[in-house]
Design a protein around this ligand. Structure first.
Ligand SMILES: *Cc1c(COP(=O)(O)O)cnc(C)c1O
Length: 361
């Protein structure tokens, strides 16, 4: 199968080959070295400020979102949550579950975030802002610089879900004054799912030391303490961490900018090829990680199923209200221009078979 979903995505062969090995025992100096290198490289690629730490949690990206909420926010906080889709909703839900006072800044699906959207929240006693830099469900990339300006002016603690934005959008935690940055293994890191990564700036580390979450597994104090010697409190997803190490080293060799450019070029290439097809790009400010396509009267779900069953291609279906009208094409993982050509050829073939007409399915 050719995989254009947004996770799990295609891994390159060297990463897959590692996955075929026996999983080693991990309470060893050798594994500690791997973990210390993972932390160092991740913080470097995230542009984390001096004194930051990274934690590798066993769990999907949502585990990192929940750990961030539980360990860095408490009852004294009042948070703004940018909610422009299913990942924004997820932050709202997490704040509800953990009893953090908050207001959702709800955006219409596919809309960019503007200064005007933020203005009513100024000077209103807020202490934190949570945002998904790329709202993967609609394919929007928000303007982080604008968010940073607002957070600086208001003195807000900034939590950035960069699960799909890490390695796809330029991010520099120090420049953005981001206090927490979250990613996961199965998006642009392009290894199997199972690990969520948090980068914590010194400001976030201070909050972690002060706040006691009502949870043992996700208490980051323990993870940070163990991490000082390259270890984890509990058995981590050892195999995935080894694959992450290989991938981080590969990125270090080619440079983060080269990877950002590669993903952006793939996205631009795909978008340039779809002009003759009966779709429109859905979001106002499209992210590099994914293109969300609006299909109008043509069933998006039927397109997904036809590509899967008869062309050996996975695109990414949408859920909820958009299940019939939007599907997404990812540009992350080991994909090439030739893969874009194969997808567009399949869509053109479907068109010639009369499958891209309203009511065809
Ligand atoms: C994928 C993703 C997540 C995490 O989802 P999991 O299924 O828990 O890995 C969180 N936020 C965004 C923006 C994502 O794209």
């Amino acid at each position: 199968m050719l995989n254009f979903t947004v996770g799990p995505v295609q891994s390159d062969e060297s990463i897959c080959a590692l996955g075929a090995n026996q999983v080693p025992y991990f309470r060893t100096p050798e594994f500690s070295q791997v973990m210390l290198e993972n932390e160092r490289l991740f913080l470097k690629f995230a542009g984390a400020p001096e004194g930051s730490r990274a934690v590798f949690l066993t769990g999907s990206g949502t585990a990192g979102m929940e750990a961030a909420v539980m360990n860095t926010l408490d009852a004294s906080d009042k948070a703004i949550v940018v909610d422009g889709g299913s990942f924004g909703h997820r932050f709202v839900k997490l704040l509800e579950v953990h009893g953090i006072d908050h207001t959702a800044l709800t955006l219409e699906a596919g809309s960019a975030l503007t200064k005007e959207d933020l203005a009513p929240f100024a000077g209103a006693g807020y202490t934190a802002l949570l945002i998904n830099l790329c709202e993967t469900s609609t394919g929007v990339a928000y303007d982080l610089g604008m968010v940073t300006d607002f957070c600086r002016r208001e003195g807000l603690f900034l939590i950035v879900d960069a699960v799909s934005a890490f390695l796809t959008e330029a991010i520099d935690m120090a420049c953005a004054d981001a206090d927490v940055l979250i990613t996961g293994s199965q998006k642009a890191l392009a290894v199997p799912p199972g690990i969520s990564v948090l980068a914590l700036a010194p400001s976030a580390l201070r909050r972690v030391q002060r706040i006691d979450p009502r949870c043992m597994y996700f208490d980051l104090k323990d993870a940070l303490k163990n991490g000082e010697r390259g270890q984890t409190p509990f058995t981590p997803a050892v195999g995935i961490l080894l694959q992450i190490n290989k991938r981080l080293r590969q990125i270090d060799e080619m440079g983060v900018q080269a990877e950002l450019d590669r993903v952006a070029a793939l996205a631009a290439d795909f978008r340039s090829r779809i002009e003759g097809l009966p779709f429109t790009i859905f979001p106002q400010a499209p992210a590099n990680a994914v293109t969300a396509l609006y299909t109008g009267d043509i069933s998006a779900k039927a397109i997904f199923t036809e590509l899967k069953d008869n062309y050996g291609i996975w695109v990414c279906p949408n859920g909820g209200d958009m299940a019939e009208t939007v599907f997404r094409v990812g540009h992350i993982g080991a994909l090439t221009v030739a893969d874009n050509e194969a997808l567009v050829a399949a869509l053109l073939d479907m068109q010639s078979r009369g499958l891209l007409e309203p009511g065809a399915n």
